[in-house]
Design a protein around this ligand. Structure first.
Ligand SMILES: Cc1cc2nc3c(=O)[nH]c(=O)nc-3n(C[C@H](O)[C@H](O)[C@H](O)COP(=O)(O)OP(=O)(O)OC[C@H]3O[C@@H](n4cnc5c(N)ncnc54)[C@H](O)[C@@H]3O)c2cc1C
Length: 327
């Protein structure tokens, strides 16, 4: 039993680079184990997504639809994986370290009574009954190697560390699976969800992120500058927890340990100190540029380029220089 499974879902939005990175993670595991890679999509998805996923060279794309999976709850998604693997054997079951997988994967591992590694950066080795992964611990401050023993293990991967597989012409078969038992928890029920609308790219998918820290002073002071800079770049806007806690920006903008993990090509850190909890959510960015008036600010330890300057002078100058160059 050396096969590998990549779990996704719910997938109503288009398949993202993070989803594809999870398939890349699965592919690298299957290459080491010598087994086949399958994809399991939990809950509803679109025909476009199905079409995208059948060209990744995997053995099967399984679709598991069930009334209890129409909207996400961790209990139902965990029970669905457990029900699916009753009839399918895998050495490793993987997913991207998304906010939902961070919630339902540990639950799944506990229900299956198998070991799990979270936030995997690299696969060190994979042998029968033994997997060794490097993963982030202590808020990403340390990379630790962990050994998982036994016939099956679970792992979530850090999207920025794995490549999407190459598109192939060959079409993988799509297999619809059903589970008759109730999934989820009898005392928990999904009620409603509301999505914030934004013309800007999704934070975790954006090529460029411009993030604001407490140095912006308030929603009416520095925030319009940060947003203007982001719009010139076609970038997503991020924030520190201090900014979110102050109510200057909504929760979903938060980058860091208790926010979103991003790894864009370019991360512009404006008026933020670079606390470890923030850095753990953006340190994998390709190029980090920091603007801070304090030369001792820890953000300069991780920045590729640093500008020691008052943001209220630097950002308008940047807007003028870049905006002018772009028009
Ligand atoms: C359990 C836990 C989880 C956490 N999770 C997160 C998380 O997910 N994300 C996160 O971001 N934080 C998180 N935090 C909070 C984190 O520890 C920091 O408090 C927070 O990141 C600080 O935000 P900041 O950099 O905006 O503010 P500050 O640390 O106050 O920094 C403001 C920076 O702005 C600079 N500045 C001020 N004025 C200007 C100016 N005019 N021009 C240029 N620079 C200026 C200052 O020099 C300073 O460096 C967490 C904390 C805990 C305990």
């Amino acid at each position: 039993m050396s096969d590998v499974l990549t779990v996704m879902g719910p997938l109503l939005r288009p398949v993202s680079n993070s989803d594809l990175a999870a398939v890349g993670f699965g592919e690298s595991l299957a290459a080491r184990s010598g087994g086949a890679l399958d994809i399991l999509i939990l809950g509803p998805t679109t025909e476009d997504n199905e079409r995208a996923l059948v060209h990744l060279g995997v053995r099967n794309v399984y679709l598991l639809r069930h009334a209890d999976l129409e909207s996400y709850t961790a209990e139902a998604y965990a029970s669905a994986v457990v029900a699916f693997v009753k009839d399918h054997r895998y050495q490793v079951i993987g997913a991207v370290s998304s906010s939902s997988a961070r919630e339902f994967f540990p639950r799944t591992a506990a229900m299956l009574d198998v070991p799990m590694a979270s936030d995997v950066f690299a696969v060190e080795s994979l042998e029968p009954e033994r997997a060794v992964f490097t993963h982030a611990v202590f808020v990403g401050n340390l990379l630790a190697a962990v050994e998982l023993r036994g016939p099956m293990s679970l792992a979530t991967c850090r999207a920025s560390e794995f490549q999407a597989p190459k598109r192939v012409e060959q079409v993988s078969p799509v297999r619809r699976v059903t589970v008759s038992e109730a999934l989820g928890h009898e005392r928990k029920r999904f009620v409603a969800a509301s999505r914030t609308q934004s013309a800007r790219p999704e934070l975790t998918e954006a090529e460029i992120v411009v993030s604001a820290g407490r140095g912006i002073k308030g929603p009416d002071e520095g925030l319009p500058l940060v947003e203007k800079l982001a719009d010139i770049f076609g970038a997503a806007v991020g924030a520190t927890r201090a900014v979110v806690d102050a109510g200057w920006m909504p929760n979903e903008y938060q980058v860091g340990q208790t926010g979103k993990v991003v790894a864009p090509q370019l991360y512009l850190a404006i008026g933020l100190s670079g606390a470890i909890q923030h850095v753990s959510g953006m340190r994998s960015s390709r190029t980090i540029v920091a603007i801070n008036k304090d030369p001792e600010a820890p953000i300069f330890d991780v920045a590729d380029y640093g500008l020691v300057m008052d943001l209220f002078e630097a950002v308008p100058e940047l807007i003028q220089a870049i905006g002018g160059a772009r028009h």
